[in-house]
Design a protein around this ligand. Structure first.
Ligand code: SF4
Length: 403
């Protein structure tokens, strides 16, 4: 059973361009940025550091969504700040809760420049002992991985650092994960520890194609005085943008995951077309050179199991050979079909045979149980509601034209 609070199908597409707010959005600013805003609001230099600390605490620890919540900031300063800076939360267009506790939100952000409001999906996966938030970095994607539903949605734009952080803050607020809050009665959440304990940049988009915003958001999320998630609990997943992998390690320093999915270039060229630019050998060389790589900081290789495409015992043996010498984990992902997808999931026996081969080679390779299938929240299934509506309108128009 799926508990639908609101369904994607009932969502109206975002209205065309409203007027853009000229004020600086506070969420997404680092300490220097907050200091500049405070100065522009007339705060004296000698007070900037203290006021910055106050703002930081309200924004990133308490998740404030309105300047008036900042009760230890004088009314006069709040009014001056409101003239130059904005503080808001994304509109929650829909929230779906799976029978297994997985939640999927469709968040809408205001327009930027001449654009429209945009929508992205964010997914929360509660498990025993941890709660993982899957965060989007772009609206749509330029890469067209053939097994991925998001890949069928054209890129609308990159998200800002603030919009990436707002997914985390809004999810925490709705889960009851902010100081002084608690989860709703009956909510499926980890039995102990933080409700959002891990972040994976595995939602919509290729994070390394939006490097600066992703970097700023993740550095703020891992700052010890705010959201305060350890970099070991943050994973950036890339389809293999080789020239940016070293920078991800040296400048952000989070864990790395690679959407590998194939062991031969001719197959990966089909599944992950970026492979034509950065083939497997180059990608694995970049992985070997990933800053900070060690047995305690392994790279995760994601491998989606596609019937008859990449799932043979020979593929498993080749995977073991390719990863030799790289501290690695392998995540086997049973394929989650979506309407119009060209693949089937490998059968269970095939997946187990594959897993046995990589396990015997010393890789702990859990078969990732699909989560949130009933709400299309599983890997590769994200696609914004308005895009679904647009796609369905196009299909209808095509059907009418051919009738
Ligand atoms: S798998 Fe990632 S990079 Fe590939 S199309 Fe989907 S969202 Fe884009």
């Amino acid at each position: 059973m799926t508990l639908l609070i609101d369904t994607a199908e009932t969502v109206k597409p975002a209205a065309p361009s409203a007027v853009e707010d000229p004020r600086v959005p506070l969420v997404g600013l680092d300490r220097d940025g907050l200091g500049e805003v405070l100065k522009s609001a007339g705060v004296a230099d000698r007070q900037v550091r203290m006021r910055t600390a106050q703002l930081w605490n309200w924004l990133y620890l308490r998740g404030a969504t309105d300047l008036d919540q900042m009760t230890n900031v004088s009314r006069d300063l709040r009014e001056r700040l409101a003239e130059v800076a904005s503080l808001s939360e994304p509109e929650v267009v829909s929230e779906q809760i799976s029978v297994d506790g997985t939640r999927k939100w469709l968040f809408r952000f205001p327009p930027r420049g001449a654009g429209r409001p945009v929508e992205v999906e964010t997914v929360y996966i509660p498990e025993e002992g941890r709660g993982t938030l899957c965060v989007s970095s772009q609206v749509g994607c330029t890469l067209t991985c053939s097994f991925c539903h998001t890949g069928t949605q054209r890129l609308v734009r990159n998200l800002t650092a603030g919009e990436i952080l707002q997914q985390i803050l809004a999810a925490r607020a709705r889960l009851g994960d902010l100081p002084g809050a608690a989860p709703a009665d009956g909510a499926i959440v980890p039995s102990e520890g933080r409700l959002v304990s891990n972040i994976v940049m595995m939602g919509m988009g290729e994070p390394l194609y939006n490097f600066d915003a992703v970097k700023q958001a993740l550095l703020i999320a891992s700052d010890g005085e705010g959201v305060a998630l350890s970099k070991r609990r943050i994973t950036l997943s890339t389809s293999g943008v080789v020239p940016m992998i070293e920078r991800a390690g040296s400048e952000i320093g989070v864990m790395l995951a690679i959407s590998l999915h194939a062991v031969r270039d001719e197959v990966r060229d089909e599944l992950v077309p970026l492979n034509k630019r950065y083939p497997i050998a180059e990608l694995l060389d970049a992985c070997r050179a990933y800053p900070g790589l060690s047995n305690a900081r392994r790279i995760t290789f994601e491998y989606v199991m596609l019937a008859g495409v990449n799932d043979s015992p020979a593929d498993a043996r080749e995977l073991v050979r390719l990863l030799k010498g790289i501290p690695a984990k392998i995540n086997l992902i049973p394929f989650n079909p979506w309407p119009g997808s060209a693949y089937d999931c490998s059968d269970w026996e095939t997946i187990e045979t594959f897993a046995d081969i990589v396990n015997r080679a010393g890789y702990a390779s859990p078969i990732r149980t699909p989560r949130g299938r009933d709400i299309s929240a599983a890997c590769g299934q994200l696609k914004s509601a308005s895009e679904k509506i647009r796609a369905s309108a196009l299909r209808q128009a095509a059907a009418e034209a051919s009738a």
